[in-house]
Design a protein around this ligand. Structure first.
Ligand code: PXG
Length: 474
C-alpha cells in the first residue's frame, strides 16, 4: 500500500496541555461525558494523527484500534482528501440542494454509491438522500418510511421495530430507534411508534443447551411475534445494525438475518439496514447486507463514507421505496441545510477513489480480515477472555471472571473500564462496553500492524488480570 501521508509540518504548534485542559473544562461540554468528572481529571488532548496512530499533546503515541470512533477507515493524514476539500472550498464551498438546484460532487457521489451498492435479487439502489450524520440519516428513515406508507394509502403503518441495545444515533429519533436504556431514561424516550425486541447476543440471551443456529432463529422470530402482537397493518419497518457496534460488537448467528428477511417479506414491511459502522469495507464488502444474506429497502450510512475526514451521512434508497416516493409521494417535506454538502461529498469521492485504488475492501475480505480473525480468536486462550470473535475488521471479547463456570464479573468492579485504562496507559485505544472489550481498527492495517496491536492487547489483558486478582475481583 502506497504511503500518502501529509508531509511533516516543520513547526508543530507547541501545545500547553494544562491550559487547553483548563479551557476545555471551562467551556467545552463533551458528548456522553460526565463534565464534572472530566474537569477533575482533565481531557487527553489529541493533536495529530498519521496512519493508524494518533499523538497526544504530551507526545504520547497511541495505536488507534477504534479508527477514531469507527470512522477513520483509511487512517490519518491522507493528503488526497485534504486536497480534495481545499480545491472544492476554493471552487464552491457551499450551495444548497433545495429550490431546484444541485452541485456536481453530490450528484457524482450519489451515482457512485448506487454503483457500489450491490443489486440483490430483484432489489437495487437507485437514489441517495444526504445528511451530515448517522443520527440525522435515521431521522430521515423515520420520515421516509412513514411518507412511503402514507403515499400508498396506508398511513396507519407507522410503527418501527428495533432492538434493545442497538445504537442508531443521539437525536430524538435516532435515540428512540436505538435501544440504549440510559439514553431512553434521560430523554423520556422512545417517542411513540417505536418498539424494541431483544438483541441476538448469544452469551447473554441463549437458553441452556441452545445451539447458535437455533438461538438466531428464535431471536429473529421475536420480530414475527411483535408484528402479530401489534398488527401487521400498523408496522412500517424493521431497523437493525448488521452487527451491533456500540452495543459491544454483537455478531448475530448466521441464521438470524435470513430469518428476519423471511419475516419482513411475509408481512411486507420495509427493512432498514443501519450500516453507519458496517459499510465501506469494515466487513470486507462495500455494504454489509451483501455478506449477511438480506435485502434491505433502505441503508443508513455515515462515518466511513468520508473516513471521518468530513461529516457526511445519508440513506441509500432502494427502488421499491424510490419508485413510490417519486411516482406518488409529491414533495417530501424534509431536508437539511447541509444535505449534499459539496465539500463533504468531494471528500467522500476522494476517499472512495483511494479505497478502490488501494484495494482496501478486497484486502479485508481476503487477507487482513481473516488474519485478524485468527489472531483475535487465539485470545480465547487467555485466562480472562471468553467469546473473542471478529467479523472483518470488527472484533469483541468478553472479560470473564471464571471461564470454567462461565461466571461474569459483577458490574460494580468496572473491569472493562480498568482494562481500557491499561490500554490507554500503554498506547492503545480499545473501547469498553460493560464487560466487553471491542476494536474496529483502521482498514489499512497490515499484518505487521495487527501483530503489534495483538501484542499490546495481550499485555493489557495481562495487566487487567493482575489488577483483578489484586483487588479480589476474581
Ligand atoms: N447508527 C449507528 C449504527 C451508529 O453506530 C449512528 C447511527 C449515529 O451516527 P452519528 O454520526 O450521528 O454519531 C451510529 C454512531 C460508541 C459510539 O460509543 C458509536 C457511535 C457514535 C458515538 C459513539 O461506540 N455510532
Amino acid at each position: 500500500m502506497k504511503p500518502s501521508f501529509n508531509p511533516p509540518v516543520a513547526e508543530r504548534r507547541q501545545i500547553d496541555t494544562r491550559s487547553i485542559q483548563a479551557l476545555d473544562s471551562a467551556h467545552y461540554m463533551h458528548p456522553f461525558t460526565d463534565t464534572r468528572e472530566l474537569g477533575l481529571r482533565g481531557a487527553r488532548v489529541i493533536v495529530r494523527g498519521e496512519g493508524i496512530y494518533v499523538w497526544d499533546s504530551e507526545g504520547k503515541k497511541i495505536l488507534d484500534a477504534m479508527s477514531g470512533l469507527w470512522c477513520v477507515n483509511i487512517g490519518y493524514g491522507r493528503s488526497e482528501l485534504a486536497q480534495a476539500a481545499y480545491m472544492q472550498m476554493m471552487e464552491l464551498p457551499y450551495y444548497n440542494s433545495f429550490f431546484n438546484t444541485t452541485n456536481v460532487p453530490a450528484v457524482k457521489l450519489a451515482a457512485k454509491l448506487c454503483e457500489l451498492a450491490p443489486r440483490v435479487g430483484d432489489r437495487s439502489f437507485t437514489h441517495v438522500f444526504f445528511s451530515s450524520s448517522g443520527s440525522e440519516s435515521n431521522d430521515t428513515n423515520i420520515r421516509m418510511v412513514r411518507h412511503y406508507w402514507a403515499s400508498l394509502g396506508q398511513s396507519e403503518r407507522k410503527i418501527i421495530i428495533s432492538r434493545k441495545n442497538g445504537y442508531h444515533g443521539s437525536t430524538i429519533g435516532g435515540a428512540s430507534l436505538g435501544g440504549m436504556q440510559g439514553m431512553h431514561e434521560q430523554g423520556d424516550l422512545p417517542i411513540p411508534g417505536i418498539v424494541h425486541i431483544d438483541q441476538p447476543y448469544f452469551s447473554n440471551n441463549a437458553l441452556a443447551g441452545e445451539s447458535e443456529h437455533d438461538f438466531g432463529l428464535r431471536l429473529a422470530r421475536q420480530l414475527e411475534e411483535k408484528i402479530l402482537e401489534l398488527g401487521a397493518h400498523r408496522v412500517a419497518a424493521f431497523i437493525g445494525e448488521p452487527i451491533q457496534g456500540a452495543g459491544g460488537v454483537i455478531i448475530p448467528p448466521a441464521s438470524y438475518w435470513p430469518e428476519i428477511q423471511r419475516i419482513v417479506d411475509k408481512y411486507g414491511i420495509l427493512l432498514i439496514s443501519d450500516e453507519v459502522i458496517c459499510a465501506f469495507g469494515r466487513l470486507g464488502s462495500w455494504f454489509a447486507y451483501e455478506q449477511l444474506g438480506y435485502k434491505p429497502d433502505l441503508v443508513t450510512f455515515a462515518k466511513g463514507v468520508t473516513s471521518g475526514y468530513a461529516p457526511l451521512g445519508g440513506v441509500m434508497v432502494g427502488d421499491r421505496v424510490a419508485k413510490v416516493l417519486i411516482e406518488k409521494g409529491g414533495e417530501f417535506n424534509h431536508g437539511y441545510t447541509y444535505s449534499g454538502h459539496p465539500v463533504a461529498c468531494q471528500v467522500a469521492l476522494a476517499n472512495l477513489e483511494w479505497m478502490e485504488r488501494e484495494h482496501v475492501v478486497e484486502r479485508i475480505k481476503d487477507d487482513t480480515g481473516p488474519y485478524l480473525s485468527e489472531c483475535f480468536a487465539a485470545l480465547n486462550e487467555h485466562p480472562l477472555v471468553g467469546d473473542a470473535r471478529s467479523y472483518g475488521f470488527m472484533a469483541g471479547l468478553l472479560l470473564m471472571k471464571n471461564k470454567a463456570t462461565g461466571e461474569r464479573f459483577s458490574p460494580d468492579t468496572g473491569v472493562g473500564m480498568a482494562c481500557r485504562a491499561h490500554c490507554f496507559g500503554n498506547g492503545l485505544v480499545m473501547r469498553a462496553v460493560g464487560d466487553r472489550m471491542i476494536i474496529a481498527p483502521p482498514l489499512v492495517m497490515t499484518r505487521a500492524d495487527i501483530d503489534d496491536m495483538m501484542k499490546l492487547i495481550i499485555q493489557c489483558l495481562d495487566l487487567t488480570l493482575s489488577e483483578a486478582k489484586n483487588k479480589g475481583w476474581c
